[in-house]
Design a protein around this ligand. Structure first.
Ligand code: GLA
Length: 733
């Protein structure tokens, strides 16, 4: 880590209320285009004076704060850099609330110093604040990624008081926006209904998005959001912030509109049931609040996040992925080794890389023949798999495909040997009846022995099966019985449970990655219950939703695409929905393609279609995984969805078009669609992909068009009631 000299621009001498002289410090934190600027006031409190576009001359930032004359009680403290509870004429939501060792519950954080260093490809600004009376410190961190315009913001809390300090609230980030209007897009959800967007104009009071589920942070609400500033943003215009709190646990993001119609944002771990006691000399590091700001709409914003994830966060973000055949919907729990080996042939025939064995392969005393028993007993079921997993890995290898496996190692069914042997490992209220979600309970990952056990599930599989090529890691229950025997025995307050659960899981994932750095793992959670950026450091991809109805999927994938690159998004072709097989395959091809069908029972024409589609996918997957995404036509505003991916040198692109409304009077076919991201000067040829052998495209492949034409006039993919999904390859001559 290279240390740079801290710099203070426009150092001004100002006198404070007591008449002493204080130097005013201005701290600009900048990416390529974005700036968050902080400045001390005459009492040495740190304020946010600008959040938005970077200025060309940084020394001009010093004047920014003076341009606002915000009045009203509390008005002078609403723009605090880290809002405190308990003092300072503060009318707005605190980012931090503590009870000191002596029982006092006030805070008055003053600016101490700051440093700027370089870490990875980013600039790291650390600003230290200290209480005016107590030896209590907050370090504010800003990691600014210049090239991607992404900012990571978090805090580290520490103290040297004479006893334990209780943290009642400990946010990662506190921001302040000086815009006129605010439009928040947030997401509700549920099983098979993840990421349902809603736009709300925030005019007054507090709007909170949060989870209190312990695990599965993306289930009923999502940590992803976008906040359009001044006016609603479009794909290509407007100022908009897109981001999430990167925490695999309870989060809360609060948007508070103040009396001056300015926006105060506080993001972090949800303080719900989570007072945290901090010993002197120790630190509490909060999760990263990760966001980008775009001044040219949501398209740029999401490409920023996608690039950042691929370049710096997602495991093997710039690498390759395996296409697969999964047996979940093909067999559910009803299989044995012969049936599975029979399915391998289907995978081989399709041309995919891997066979993924899903739930149901384990448990003997309590066989996993349904979702009521067996979770926790990770031994092969002898009846179904008499020759064990090694036999399956070997058989798959013989057929030229690789083998992967499903696990859900954080969970336990009460009907299991694990539950019988280790009741103390289970999160449960000892004096109350157990509450189940999908007939199961959550293991106590605050307990190091349980961490060893969960690590051992994965390690054991790899030790016995060194050729195992893929893991699907599921998590199907929230923490409904939030009591830990381990914390109780260790005399740690139960209110540490949610935080320590998440940290315990991260420790396990770190150990797994230390030993198995590369093997692809899919993050799954009863569908798309988990997709936080912090977990994606350990996973190569995630499962968006159990809803694989392709029409629904167009919308679900559309919503996720604002925050994630396609290489991270697993899409499977299944039997859900009424759309033709082609539609299902085309939709699944917009990410990491998989199949979850009885491939060996496909009709010959369907089989050849799928084989051809997998070949085509192999031809363009590099563009989908590593190229730039442009959302062209929004299915929420039209009868059509259209998206395209363009490779880095703008020579190759692939465009996906879907009819999303089957009304006879549809405007879908009427208009050309304006493409994006091409080179105006290049000439392109357009070819239709993924057609059945007997299907004619109707698109004249001999025509060529300039990028200028395609982006100004557009191209009509001719999506009609008889051509409900159209995939086009666009190649420069
Ligand atoms: C969850 C997952 C599914 C499947 C089942 C198995 O619902 O999302 O893909 O693995 O569990 O029980």
């Amino acid at each position: 880590m290279k240390k740079l000299f801290p710099f203070t621009i426009g150092l001004a001498i100002i006198s404070n209320l007591t008449g002493t002289i204080a130097a005013q410090t201005t701290i600009p934190v900048e990416t390529g285009n974005v700036a968050v600027v902080l400045q001390t006031d005459k009492n040495n409190h740190l304020k946010i004076i600008h959040t938005g576009k970077k200025l060309q001359a940084p020394d001009e930032y010093t004047a920014a704060g003076r341009m606002y004359h915000l009045s009203g009680d509390g008005g002078s403290s609403n723009n605090n850099a880290f809002t405190v509870a308990g003092i300072d004429n503060n009318f707005s939501e605190p980012a931090i609330a503590v009870v000191h060792a002596d029982g006092n519950n006030s805070l008055d954080l003053r600016y101490e110093n700051y440093t700027v260093t370089h870490e990875d490809a980013a600039t790291l600004t650390k600003i230290t604040l200290k209480d005016a009376v107590y030896p209590f410190y907050v370090d504010l961190f800003f990691k600014a990624w210049k090239n991607e315009d992404v900012m990571e913001q978090w805090s580290v809390i520490r103290h040297m008081e004479k006893g334990t300090v209780t943290l009642n609230k400990y946010a990662s980030a506190n921001l302040y926006f000086y815009n006129k209007d605010y439009y928040l897009t947030s997401y509700n959800g549920n099983w098979a209904k993840e990421m349902q967007p809603e736009q709300t104009q925030l005019k007054q009071g507090m709007h909170t998005i949060q989870s209190r589920l312990g695990t599965r942070e993306n289930l009923v609400g999502s940590p992803n959001f976008m906040l359009a500033l001044d006016a609603p943003a479009t794909e290509t215009s407007g100022t908009v912030m897109l981001g999430q709190i990167a925490w695999n646990g309870n989060y809360s993001i609060q948007f508070e509109t103040d009396i001056n119609k300015k926006m105060h944002l506080v993001a972090g771990i949800n303080p719900y049931q989570s007072a945290y006691t901090l010993k002197p000399g120790t630190t509490f590091e909060t999760p990263r609040f990760t966001y980008t700001l775009s001044f040219t709409g949501t398209g740029t914003g999401s490409r920023n996040l996608q690039n950042w994830l691929r370049n710096h966060q997602l495991l093997d973000g710039k690498g390759q992925r395996l296409t697969l055949l999964n047996n979940w919907e093909a067999t559910y729990f009803d299989f044995d080794q012969e049936k599975l080996v029979g399915l391998f042939k289907g995978a081989k025939d399709l041309g995919v890389d891997l066979f993924l064995l899903d739930d149901g392969w384990f448990g003997n005393k309590y066989p996993r023949n349904g979702d009521k028993a067996g979770l926790g007993d990770w031994q092969e079921n002898k009846k179904k798999l008499p020759d064990g997993i090694p036999y399956l890995v070997n058989e798959a290898g013989k057929q030229g495909i690789r083998f992967g496996i499903w696990i859900e190692p954080e969970m336990v069914n009460p009907k299991s040997e694990l539950y019988e042997k280790h009741l103390d490992w289970v999160l449960r209220e000892p004096q109350r009846s157990e509450i189940y979600y999908r007939n199961q309970l959550v293991l106590d990952l605050t307990n190091p022995q349980v961490q060893d056990f969960v690590f051992g599930v994965v390690d054991g599989l790899f030790k016995k099966n060194p050729d195992l090529a893929f893991i699907k890691w599921d998590c199907n229950a929230p923490v409904f019985n939030g009591h830990s025997q381990y914390l109780e025995k260790s005399r740690i307050p139960q209110s540490h449970l949610y935080v320590e659960y998440t940290r315990g899981l991260e420790k396990v994932l770190q150990r797994i990655r230390a030993r198995y750095p590369k093997v692809p793992m899919m993050l799954c959670s009863g569908g798309g219950g988990r997709s936080d950026y912090s977990s994606l450091k350990y996973f190569t991809e995630f499962w968006l939703s159990d809803d694989t109805d392709p029409l629904e999927r167009v919308f679900i994938q559309w919503n996720y695409s604002y925050y994630y690159p396609a290489i991270a998004m697993c899409n499977h072709v299944t039997d859900w929905g009424k759309q033709p097989l082609k539609y299902r395959v085309d939709v699944a091809s917009m990410g990491k393609l998989g199949f979850d069908i009885r491939a060996n029972e496909l009709k010959p024409e369907d089989r050849s279609f799928c084989q051809e589609a997998v070949k085509n996918y192999n031809g363009f997957k590099d563009i989908v995984w590593h190229g730039d995404l442009f959302r062209l036509v929004n299915p929420y505003q039209s009868d059509l969805a259209s998206l395209m991916f363009v490779n880095q040198d703008k020579r190759r692109a692939v465009m996906f078009n879907y009819l999303t409304n089957s009304r006879y009077i549809s405007e879908a076919a009427a208009n050309p669609i304006r493409l994006q991201g091409l080179d105006p000067a290049k000439k392109y040829r357009i070819r239709e992909l993924n057609l059945y052998a007997n299907q004619k495209s109707g698109i004249d492949e001999s025509n060529t068009y300039s990028g200028d034409f395609l982006m100004t006039i557009g191209f009509n993919p001719n999506v009609t009631l008889s051509r409900t999904s159209v995939v086009l390859s666009i190649e420069a001559l």
